[in-house]
Unconditional design. Structure first.
Length: 262
């Protein structure tokens, strides 16, 4: 059976669908040799690559409920609606000090150098330190500063980083998962208009960028989740998103097995 790489997009809480796809693949005895992830895709992918099973990840995910508390001071003076203390605890509990070099699955996270506008690939050192910059959504979470560079959400430059696979495993079969889906179908109608506008503007930008690039993946799984908000980190929404991913994975499993034949 051929090696395959799994590419996981950003999409905040919609990204729990990635876990559903991973569950479907694992059920059929399929494990990627490489995972490339952006934002929530980096979080889900990094945790899985570090050694947790899909079942362990699902149990942890259903206990999240929220990513942190709103801070008016932070919103006004620091430029972010939430702090990352809770997220850091969740991520560290999942991956600890496991490094890229120790991980059973090769992992690459995509981030954006905000001060240069360039894509940055994290592929060395602690996986925890690779996940945090990739999930730092501008205006929501504070950026991550390393040396002279400021890092934030990889979705700004490459929300579905299929092309990155070719830099690390050029002969691998590429399977990508886009959890944002069709922009119009997934337009967010939130009670908090400011948050909704930020999310919709970000989604529009990332969708245009993704669709403007040629498809590199041998198979791109697009999951539309119009009834699941990107801010839906409650247990019910998380479970629905995971189930959507399982359904999508099962739907494409025959095609995947065909692609992986020697």
């Amino acid at each position: 059976m051929k090696n395959f790489a799994l590419v996981l997009s950003g999409g905040a809480a919609k990204g729990f669908a990635h876990l559903g796809v991973i569950k479907s693949l694992a059920k059929h005895g399929l494990k990627p040799s490489l995972i490339v992830g952006t934002s929530m895709g980096a979080l889900i992918g990094g945790v899985y690559a570090s050694g947790l099973s899909a079942e362990e990840m699902e149990n942890m995910s259903l206990k999240v409920n929220s990513l942190g508390n709103f801070s008016l001071y932070s919103a006004l003076f620091k430029g972010n609606l939430l702090n990352t203390n809770k997220v850091k605890k969740i991520v560290y509990k999942a991956v600890g000090d496991v490094t890229h070099e120790q991980a059973p699955i090769k992992f690459v996270s995509v981030s954006t150098e905000l001060n240069t506008g360039k894509q940055h690939l994290f592929d060395k050192g602690r996986i925890f330190d690779s996940i945090m910059p990739s999930i730092s959504i501008p205006g929501v979470f504070p950026h991550v500063k390393i040396g002279n560079n400021i890092y934030c959400d990889g979705g700004l430059v490459n929300n579905l980083p299929e092309d990155v696979v070719k830099l690390y495993m050029p002969d691998a079969v590429v399977i990508s998962v886009d959890v944002l889906g069709d922009y119009e179908r997934n337009y967010e109608k939130l009670k908090f208009k400011t948050v909704g506008n930020i999310l919709n503007a970000s989604n529009l930008m990332t969708t245009i960028i993704t669709n403007s690039k040629p498809q590199v993946a041998d198979l791109r799984i697009v999951i539309n989740q119009p009834n699941i908000s990107q801010m839906g980190f409650n247990k019910n929404s998380v479970q629905k998103s995971i189930n959507k991913g399982v359904t999508a994975g099962n739907k494409h499993i025959k095609q995947i097995l065909e692609l992986l034949k020697d």
